[in-house]
Design a protein around this ligand. Sequence first.
Ligand SMILES: Cc1cc2nc3c(=O)[nH]c(=O)nc-3n(C[C@H](O)[C@H](O)[C@H](O)COP(=O)(O)OP(=O)(O)OC[C@H]3O[C@@H](n4cnc5c(N)ncnc54)[C@H](O)[C@@H]3O)c2cc1C
Length: 430
Amino acid sequence: MKNAIVWFKTDLRLHDNETLVKAIAQNDQIIPVYCFDDAHFEETSYGFKKTGNFRAQFILEAVADLDKNLRELGSGLIVLKGKPEVEIPKLVSLHKVNKVYAKREVAYEEKQTDAQLQAELFKVKCEFETFSTSTLYHAQDLPFSIKDIPDVFSNFRKKVEKDSSIRTVFDRPQSIKSPEIPAVVLPTLEELGLSFSKIDKRAAITFVGGETVAMQRMNHYFAETKAISKYKETRNGLIGADYSSKFSAWLSLGCLSPKEIYFELKKYELQFGANESTYWLVFELLWRDYFRFMMKKYSNKFFQQSGIQDKGITVNKHNIKQLEQWINGETGVDFVDANMIELKLTGFMSNRGRQNVASYLCNDLRLDWRYGAAYFEQQLIDYDVSSNWGNWAYLAGVGNDPRGNRYFNIDKQANDYDRDKSYRKLWLAE
Ligand SMILES: Cc1cc2nc3c(=O)[nH]c(=O)nc-3n(C[C@H](O)[C@H](O)[C@H](O)COP(=O)(O)OP(=O)(O)OC[C@H]3O[C@@H](n4cnc5c(N)ncnc54)[C@H](O)[C@@H]3O)c2cc1C
């Protein structure tokens, strides 16, 4: 009897999940596992939680949904809490597991955890195999080796669009054979060192974790409302659910696969027509891919002040008061403040807002950009290690921006994107 563990991490879905499909094909029984990793709930050296209340709630919902969907196929999810490299080997011994299947990581800490787990598994003669499941283009299909990926996005994009193609999606399994898996018991927010925060009712969208709601959202944004057909014109919006796709939170936990989005979009284009907007969503998904490949290329440089350019930058002495004013939306610059309040009270901020508040921290306050990135890491529901640190490094002038020193004139931006001040009124109202 061949038993395998499928270790779910940020791939909390049954559709287009190569890890799961391969494990089912190669084994008699599958034991799906999720581990609430203690390291993800610690405080970072910047003084913020690695995971804040909003995202933790979203993760709990996504894990519960995965368990429900697995049970419909005859399986279920074992939920652990602790260090994966300690907890997973215990399960391996208990169930006589031959192999652990998991998603491949690119970021430094995640890779360390995998390496530690692999070393522990080796001691009990258990194999460990990982699969690249989070990008639109598979790393192996890129027209360059990772080390040769251009550091300028448009050079990367043009060559990829010309010389590479997107693999088809993996079908959702029809059934899964598993040993009996007891009813799932999720940790409480308090057990994770957090507490419940009610999301402000002005939030652009209610994010509910899990593949089920992710699919509903995709259907809403595509066929139901056809909002996708206007995406290019609306994507710089600030208010409401449909100015942009809002896929980010589900993408970050892998509740939604970018390939699934792509092929759904192709179907949509056949039925309702392709235009610049439908293309632009794929363009943005390529940015997401790019930051992930860049993380693979430059690893922990993305977490250093000098970034991938090894460039010394001048920042002011750490100023906790200014940092707190930025966090709390009390800088006195109304457009920055409105955006920071939205983030604080909802766990989300538009892309336009993110660019402005990041530029303000880097260029106007001239603080160490990593404090901003670390606060976003705590606060964002859609936090994704590569997209977050990659975008921050970009705006700090130490990442993939060929122009360097990208400065946002906040007054002009506020005037261009919030001319009638409705966004600022929404968030700055008493
Ligand atoms: C300082 C800063 C920090 C950011 N941190 C994150 C983060 O932690 N997680 C995250 O998912 N995105 C991050 N972004 C990118 C972007 O702001 C969000 O992906 C987007 O606002 C999410 O809303 P949406 O899904 O409606 O996006 P849409 O406009 O609908 O875009 C569709 C998808 O394309 C991808 N995408 C779009 N823009 C970018 C981009 N600039 N970089 C990478 N991917 C992109 C996302 O997966 C997004 O869901 C950050 C941007 C900045 C400037």
